[in-house]
Structure formats: structure tokens, C-alpha cells
Design a protein around this ligand. Structure first.
Ligand code: ATP
Length: 280
């Protein structure tokens, strides 16, 4: 295998497989990564543009035939509480909520560039960390987290009557992650959603999802899981699960983190001469 990597990529010093994360994708040009980056990446780099572009991401989610938030093409169509996501926003900074068209008009003066108007789904956020193994043709749930966001997660600490006078604008800046173990009866729905997203990933990009990916969801009081975002790579929400998670421990009977699960797949690929199935 060593010789395989050396012969294949003259840029490499030694045998290297990079594991791309969110910052890696946002700071390097996707065009460069797809065409000129001289090192193999674990996962399918051709899906990065699908997760980074809100229109493509919507197409992927819609094609998966899972429940997603309703979108509104025009502010005039708003008929329920919505969340307005400006395209340049990172980590939910610059998002705002609006109750109706008038409320949107009042709050949208600072909007520049594109934005998406999405139904505000009432419920709790849950972020599912999956791993798809092309070698075993199997979808695994590694762990689940929720983000700790400032200042939305502090609003419950202030009585509503006081909030009214404080002029607070909700923001969603991520400052940390909490581990979650979900209600067991939800697991069937979680795997169903994950499998549909994997199936659709093969339609939009030949190799489909490989290795770690995350579905960002809201679970409603009717226990419907509504997916609003995909990350086609490892996410920071897996960090609370070093060295292990209840789900990987239940499956493997030993400590397995997301990083170790990736290492296992690389090892399996090396021993079966199939590294091309797990890297791009
Ligand atoms: P990142 O790229 O880091 O995931 P982002 O800028 O894309 O961040 P989101 O993760 O899309 O931001 O959303 C930020 C916050 O907004 C999250 O707390 C999420 O729960 C909430 N949110 C997003 N979409 C909806 C929705 N349709 N209904 C309710 N809450 C939502």
C-alpha cells in the first residue's frame, strides 16, 4: 500500500491520508481540493460542494425524500414563524427569526446578498454523527450531540417579560457541544433518514458518502425528525466522544471514537487493497 500512495501522488512526502474537517473545507477552495490537491482525502471530496452551497444542499435533502423544513421563495409567502439564513453567515451568526411578512421587512434591512427563508421548526436540535462504510456496505450511528449556542441557549434564563424590554436578538454562535443519548424508539427513524441520505448521495456523486457525516436536525414534540443540514465529513460534535460513545461501545464492545473508526476503515482498506474505495 505504501508504494501505491507513493507512486500515485508525487506531491506526497510519505504515505498520507488527510481527514478533512469543516475549516479545511471553508478555507481551501473546493476547486483546488477537487483538482489540484496532491494528497488523498478520506471520504468523498466531490460532495463538499453539495454541503457548502445551500441550493445544492437543498436539492440533496429534497432528493433524499426525508422531512425537511418548508422554504419560502418570497417574504410575501411567509405564513408561519421562519428563520432567515443569510448565505454568508457562519455558525448561525446573522440569522434572525420573523413571525410574518411585516416582521421580516422590519428586520431585514441589514441583509446583503442571498438568503434562505425557512420554516422555524419548533423542537430540540439533535445532530447525528453517522459513519458509512463502503467496505462493509453498512451505515453506523457513532454518536449524537447538541450544540451550546450563544445567545439562544441563554434565553430560557431570562423571564419572557424581561426579554421584551432588553431588545435581545437571538444569535446561534456555537461555543460548545453536549453529548446526547436519544430515546431508543427514535433509532429506527434515525437510520431510515441516514440511509435515504446515503442513497441520494450516490445519485449526485458516483462514490456517494464515505465515512463520517452528520445530519443536523430538529426533533419535534410529535417525534418527527426534521433535517435542515448535512455535513459530508467529520464534525466537531464528535469531540465529546473521545475515547468512546455509548453507540460505538454497544456495537464494538470496546472504546471507538470517530477518529478510531476512520483508522479502522483505512486499515481494512489497506488489508484488502481497496484504499480507492474510501479515499478521493
Ligand atoms: P454550521 O455551518 O456551523 O452548521 P450554520 O451557519 O449553517 O452553522 P445552522 O447550523 O444551519 O447554522 O443553524 C444554526 C442554528 O439555527 C442551530 O441552532 C439550529 O438548531 C437552528 N436552526 C437552523 N435551521 C432551523 C430551522 N429550520 N428551524 C429551527 N431552528 C433552526
Amino acid at each position: 500500500m505504501g508504494s501505491f500512495l507513493r507512486e500515485d501522488k508525487e506531491h506526497l512526502r510519505g504515505d498520507v491520508i488527510m481527514v478533512p474537517h469543516g475549516s479545511f473545507i471553508s478555507y481551501l477552495s473546493l476547486d483546488f481540493l477537487e483538482n489540484d490537491f496532491g494528497t488523498r482525502l478520506f471520504g468523498n471530496k466531490y460532495l463538499f460542494k453539495w454541503e457548502s452551497d445551500r441550493d445544492l444542499e437543498k436539492e440533496w435533502l429534497e432528493g433524499s425524500k426525508i422531512r425537511i423544513p418548508m422554504s419560502f421563495d418570497s417574504p410575501e409567502d411567509i405564513d408561519r414563524p421562519v428563520i432567515v439564513k443569510s448565505f454568508g453567515a457562519k455558525g448561525g451568526m446573522g440569522y434572525f427569526l420573523a413571525n410574518d411578512t411585516e416582521d421580516f421587512e422590519r428586520k431585514s434591512s441589514g441583509l446583503s446578498g442571498g438568503y434562505q427563508i425557512q420554516e422555524y421548526v419548533m423542537g430540540v436540535p439533535m445532530y447525528f454523527h453517522f459513519f458509512f462504510s463502503p467496505l462493509n456496505d453498512e451505515l453506523e450511528l457513532l454518536s449524537v450531540d447538541r450544540r451550546y449556542e450563544s445567545n439562544v441557549d441563554s434565553m430560557g434564563r431570562i423571564p419572557a417579560r424581561d426579554q421584551e424590554h432588553m431588545g435581545i436578538n437571538p444569535s446561534y454562535t456555537v461555543v460548545g457541544n453536549f453529548p446526547i443519548v436519544i430515546r431508543e424508539s427514535l433509532l429506527g427513524q434515525v437510520f431510515d433518514i441516514g440511509e435515504k441520505v446515503v442513497r441520494e448521495s450516490r445519485r449526485i456523486s458516483e462514490m456517494g458518502l464515505i465515512g463520517p457525516f452528520c445530519l443536523e436536525t430538529i426533533c419535534t414534540s410529535e417525534l418527527d425528525i426534521v433535517t435542515f443540514e448535512i455535513s459530508a465529513r467529520i464534525v466537531a460534535g464528535t469531540n465529546p466522544f473521545m475515547p468512546s460513545s455509548p453507540y460505538t461501545y454497544a456495537k464494538y464492545g470496546k472504546d471507538i471514537s470517530c477518529g478510531r473508526r476512520i483508522a479502522m476503515e483505512v486499515r481494512d482498506a489497506l488489508s484488502t487493497d481497496s484504499i480507492e474505495e474510501v479515499t478521493t
